[in-house]
Design a protein around this ligand. Structure first.
Ligand code: ZN
Length: 242
């Protein structure tokens, strides 16, 4: 059965910065979604922040297997009820792939339980991403490293809980390092964070970046089975039979 993917995007920069609109004429979400639509076994829709309920009605969320998330300047405007809806759905098994400045999104902070704070320097410098977990499905078909010539820089410390897996570490022109690819599970939900993707650079046209997003989407798909929220429903009456 196809993995049902929703690519969610704040979609504000493209509307007010001509430089971003030139790189992403249909928006960053379409750059990602149009790639994923060509991948076998995925059905892909997009949702954006300024749609009613941010494009994330119960119907959409309940019919999403993996959500991809990019936000930056309007995290605070995301409705709490929608955040709760996403949170419950992740615990029940929906995968979540958080990109770049999505580290400060309400849903990521809520799932991590930490500030997710970090520093940054936006000068368009060279980033080298090193594979630190060869054989992990998210780095399938990725070489031992790859270079993005111009990106924003994020350095450690990144205030996240210790990842269950760190599959990529970045080094930057200034010598800084950053855990650029990390995974966690919360309930039945698999969560991946993937760093690159500043809006003024063509990062989501880079085939290696798109490949990692595709791999992360496949990795994050739900695994059927009872989750933590189902355990209360089990009948443990056999204890009384002793
Ligand atoms: Zn950025």
């Amino acid at each position: 059965m196809a993995i049902r993917v929703t690519v969610w995007h704040e979609y504000r920069h493209e509307k007010k910065n001509p430089k971003v609109a030139e790189i992403y004429p249909q928006g960053m979400h379409e750059a990602i979604a149009s790639y994923l639509r060509k991948c076998e076994g995925l059905t892909v829709r997009t949702a954006t922040q300024d749609e009613p309920e941010h494009g994330l009605s119960e119907e959409v969320v309940n019919n999403t297997d993996v959500m991809i998330w990019w936000g930056h300047i309007a995290h605070r405007e995301v409705n709490e009820a929608v955040v709760d809806r996403l949170y419950t759905r992740v615990l029940a098994g929906m995968g979540l792939v958080v990109l770049h400045s999505g580290h400060f999104s309400k849903i990521f902070q809520k799932l991590m339980g930490t500030s997710c704070n970090l520093k940054w320097r936006d000068t368009g410098e060279r980033e080298t991403l090193w594979v630190t977990r060869p054989g992990h499905p998210i780095v399938k078909d990725i070489d031992d490293h790859f270079v993005i010539e111009r990106e924003e820089m994020y350095p450690e410390f990144f205030d996240i809980p210790e990842p269950e897996c760190t599959f990529l570490i970045s080094t930057f022109a200034g010598g800084e390092v950053f855990r650029s690819g990390c995974t966690w599970t919360r309930g039945l939900g698999k969560i991946a964070y993937f760093r690159p993707g500043h809006e003024t650079f063509p990062t989501y046209h880079d085939p290696r970046v798109l490949k990692v997003i595709e791999n992360a989407t496949r990795w994050a798909q739900p695994t059927p089975g009872p989750g933590p929220l189902d355990f209360g429903k089990h009948d443990l009456g056999w204890v009384d039979k002793k």
